[in-house]
Design a protein around this ligand. Sequence first.
Ligand SMILES: *Cc1c(COP(=O)(O)O)cnc(C)c1O
Length: 487
Amino acid sequence: MNILEPTIFDLSQEGRQGAALPDLDVPEKPLEELLPEESLRRDLPHLPEVSEPEVVRHFIHLSSFNHHIDKGFYPLGSCTMKYNPKVNEVSARLPGFARVHPLAPAKTVQGALRLMHELGDLLCRISGLDEVTLQPAAGAQGELAGLMMIRAYHDKRGHRRSKVLIPDSAHGTNPASVTLAGYRSVQVASNDRGLVDIDDLRRAADEEVAALMLTNPNTLGLFESDIEEIERIVHGVGAQLYMDGANLNALLGIARPGDMGFDVVHFNLHKTFSTPHGGGGPGAGPVGVKAHIGPFLPVPVILRDGEEYRLDYDRPDSIGKIQSFYGNFGVMVRAYTYIRMMGARGLRAVSENAIINANYLKRKLEGTYDLPYPQHCQHEFVLSGRRQKEQGVKTLDIAKRLLDFGVHAPTIYFPLIVPEALMIEPTETESKESLDAFIDAMLTIAREVSTDPERVRTAPHTTPVRRLDEAGAGRKLDVRQRADRGV
Ligand SMILES: *Cc1c(COP(=O)(O)O)cnc(C)c1O
């Protein structure tokens, strides 16, 4: 493969055309008669002039440089990079969904509203909650919306609280959302089993606490088995229990956050519910709430009156609007299709297989890599590259070397409480053969760390680009010069 791909502008040839329009069948009018003077451009736009096959080949070629789920295994912990069934795309491309306009009057888009209403219902049933907003465009935005609702709830009751508790294993978006929502985040320690330290939680829980944000299973892939005690402590001081449900892949059909006592939960449709993910979106981070938080949901809420669906803006306690229109509708169509195709039993099988796959990998790798928390894991687990580091090879090097085996690197250096962390989530969509190939790659790399550490330290060797200066690339964005130097 050659990374010295010309840009689409380099391919341009004057006068070459990619699209032809039919002859006009109405009288021609000069633009000057149709547009005001200030809207007319003086110079032609500098656009590449290329044929249709040149455009297609250029972008298909570029797409093959990158690793993606349709190309190979992608065990990126916490991100749930499962295969996206192509039937989701079939639904999303139906003209009645794909061509609907967000400003169309509600009575002309009843099908779209019905789909959103039913998706909300399905998420409520899966999670044990009462109401849902589909608006947020990402998990992080769902967190912010959830915290804003919790804030509005406390304000309404006349007790403005000041802080939110977060375990030290939490995803980085949690403290960021807490700060954006105007709260101070206070860390709660994990115990030696990787779970919330109950004594530390008791110490931190007081009447100034607005909420505890918990990820369950947590980012170590461990189920918080003290959840009932946690719920009593949090509700005991009048605080709300928030679940970061970005990743629900271990719970589907097995356990429901609502039954565990959670009041507010966000979901990532682009993780658990198989909508495309990575490369910056679009995503969707719906938020489900118990009935007492319902009045604070963003507007509009989609309501059903008999056979008719309508948008309700008349919610005086609402936190307002948090996203244009209703959020990323195309993502909702895909997630809805996935849930309906799987059905209740299928969804349960998703979680069972995700858990089995993760435990299989963990048992096969634990003798070779350190496993700080050895208990049964849920959909993911975290290894430590400590032992390899002592031999002079960092976790970053191991991750880069995996690329040579056609595997996307796992999440590394997260969660922060595990040194040299390798966070692995195989998902349910991988076969035993692809799991075995991954195990082979990991064992081979561990052997290389002893026999040929330089090979690991200088990896990757077979990808279109080799080891990048990542910090430099971020600071000095100069794509062409870098390619010319053949990096
Ligand atoms: C992915 C993830 C998030 C953030 O979701 P985005 O859609 O990337 O904003 C939050 N928490 C956890 C545990 C996650 O895995």
